[in-house]
Design a protein around this ligand. Structure first.
Ligand SMILES: [Zn+2]
Length: 203
């Protein structure tokens, strides 16, 4: 009798285990597809920056219910403002919208790994989760160049997910820099054609 009960218990626990695993997988799939959806929105915003001649980076801030409460794209050149990175613009928009300088229980999506300034702003605004696409080996503060969140002694931990739509995010940036290099080369060639003496040695 006892062994029949034990077998039943094992069957029940096994079924429960597989149901839990399946539910977890479904939840993870939903999270991944939501992350990709938001990163796609950030990529769309990055195009707005590029159209203005800015480095194409976009950012989206989402509340705990999954609503977008802030959006931003690079505007440093246009606004003559060194702090106008996509993340800062998105945080400012969101804080204005909810009339609170703390952005608790929010997730920030950004196409490029944040710099130290933006990592500082993420920390100060108490953002719960950071999701980024491409890594930035020159100035990235979330593991590529600096380890801001690990080095900084803080009570507030930020959950980090990297590499979401990484290829799309990286390709957008490399295409932009490639295009910019070609434009500069062309400008130089045009200047030489118009002023050939620029290239001739001094007499
Ligand atoms: Zn930044």
């Amino acid at each position: 009798m006892a062994s029949v009960n034990t077998q039943k218990n094992i069957k029940f626990l096994t079924a429960l285990f597989f149901i839990s695993i399946n539910s977890l997988i479904i939840l993870m799939d939903q999270q991944i597809s939501f992350d990709e959806k938001m990163m796609n929105r950030a990529l769309f915003l990055a195009d707005k920056a590029e159209a203005l001649g800015e480095i194409p980076v976009g950012a989206v801030l989402v509340d705990e219910r999954g609503n977008i409460i802030g959006e931003g794209w690079n505007l440093s050149i246009v606004n003559s403002d060194p702090t106008a990175h996509a993340e800062i613009i998105a945080l400012r928009n969101a804080a204005q919208k909810i009339q609170n300088y703390r952005l608790l229980n929010t997730t920030l999506y950004v196409t490029l790994e944040p710099c130290t300034m933006c990592a500082g702003a993420i920390l100060h605004s108490r953002i719960k989760r950071l999701v980024f696409g491409a890594s930035d080996y020159k100035t990235g503060a979330v593991g590529s160049r600096f380890h801001f969140f690990e080095d900084y002694k803080m009570n507030h931990g930020v959950e980090i997910t990297s590499g979401v739509l990484q290829d799309q995010c990286s390709q957008k940036l490399s295409r932009f820099f490639q295009k910019r290099r070609e434009q500069k080369k062309q400008q130089k060639a045009t200047a030489l054609l118009q002023h050939p003496r620029l290239n001739s040695p001094e007499k």
